[in-house]
Design a protein around this ligand. Sequence first.
Ligand code: FAD
Length: 472
Amino acid sequence: MENENKELYSKTYSFAPYEQSRHNTKKYKPNEYDVIIAGAGLSGLSCAFELASKNKRILILETHPYAGGRTSSFDDNGMKVESGLHRYIGYYSALPSLLKQCGVKINDIVTWEEKTDVLIKKQNKKLVLGVAPFFGFIKTARSILGNNEVLSARDKLSLMPFFLSGFTSYVFSDRLDKYSVAEYANRHKVSEKAKRLILEPLSTGIFFRPPENYSAYAFFGLFAPAIPKFYKMRIGAYLGGMTDLMCNPIVKKVQSLGGEFHFKEPVDSVIVKDGGVVGVKTKSNKEYFAEQTVIATTLPAAKKILNPLADRRELIKLFRLPCMSSCSFQLELDRPSMKKDITTFGPGTDLVSLAEQSRTTFRESKGRLSVILGNAKEYSNKQTEEILPSVLKQLNSLGIHLDGHIIDARKVSEENDFYSLDKGNQHLRPRQRTGIKGLTLAGDYTLTSSFATMEGAVKSGKKAAKNCLQSL
Ligand SMILES: Cc1cc2nc3c(=O)[nH]c(=O)nc-3n(C[C@H](O)[C@H](O)[C@H](O)COP(=O)(O)OP(=O)(O)OC[C@H]3O[C@@H](n4cnc5c(N)ncnc54)[C@H](O)[C@@H]3O)c2cc1C
């Protein structure tokens, strides 16, 4: 796989000298590309694929030397890491469809989980949540009827009005976004235990925000598609690095269709002419021109790139949409940390979700633990060595003892990489079509029927491509 990567990127860089001389002498032709895409995350890649398949001349400019953005895997000073623990949800449709068109079958790259574990702090007990009503019917039924040692029938029943009312409200309006998960749970009298052991893992464990902040709209919106597609529901753990398994095949396909990738070439700003966008200027002062420019970066990067248009009312939502940080902590071990590689939650600790990965994603490792940290903003400002003692202490409280087994550790974090899933922000998600000539947006923060997920990113890229095609 490593050799394959080298080939991919050396092929990519082969464009560079040509670009260099062309731009130094300023002999570029305006509109030599139909579309320029800033960002090779899943949204940029999905947009690139749609456009390249329609024979459009496209250029993708990416900051990093690899594709995938928040869905990537890379080498961090000698340790293989991923952007963070990722799970594929069985009801996704846009992502598997894109992958299929690039020659990747989802069943070949993930292993399916039918249950998840919720570890109970300081009690050496766990609650098992079945997540595959069709494929793992018995496990799902057991998790509803069982778990009685940790969750009483009263606790379980207290969740029913919450879920029934929540899913109904989600389908018929977006007023749920007025409430946080905790507020909505209190309105429906969910018991304290059910809030802590079920709602906290399903909110903080997935989008790092505590139930007190996390929007009830995003909470129900993430699970709602699973209801009509219950027969598809299960969770996929990747069988290798996401850049290798998913992103590089898309890059290769786009290249085979004539698309150009320039890695390690960050975009600085859009070039504005007569009120419209005509191209981009890179951080190394090169200028590229195209009929359409798609900004498919993270939200804070998009705000910087679009700064020349900051006073335009068409972009008011984008500039007002707040961001939040994520922070992942990855441990290389001399033995597995847990008996199985399955999604695990640690309510009441900052280890909001975690998984052993040495039998799945990092099979070359003897032991490999990936943890998503709550209180991400606080952790993202700390060094790996500062975080490690606190992570180990909290792992101990969950019954995972790793002292003397750690070979290496990394914090992986990019500040403010997500749009904020706190309540009240849904109406600020901008559409892909901006109303500004030549400018389209893509990214999981733009408005789709999904949230900040791989599926949402792919859908946003498709919508962005459709918008470009209508304007070309
Ligand atoms: C820790 C973590 C766990 C997650 N878990 C899951 C999960 O379990 N399931 C799930 O479905 N989703 C998960 N996600 C979310 C998913 O990864 C994202 O929704 C998706 O990757 C977003 O894709 P994107 O293209 O919108 O943005 P990104 O992937 O962020 O892509 C943006 C790209 O733009 C590039 N860029 C930035 N600035 C510039 C610039 N100036 N010029 C050029 N390029 C630039 C970046 O390098 C990046 O490649 C998780 C994310 C994280 C971080």
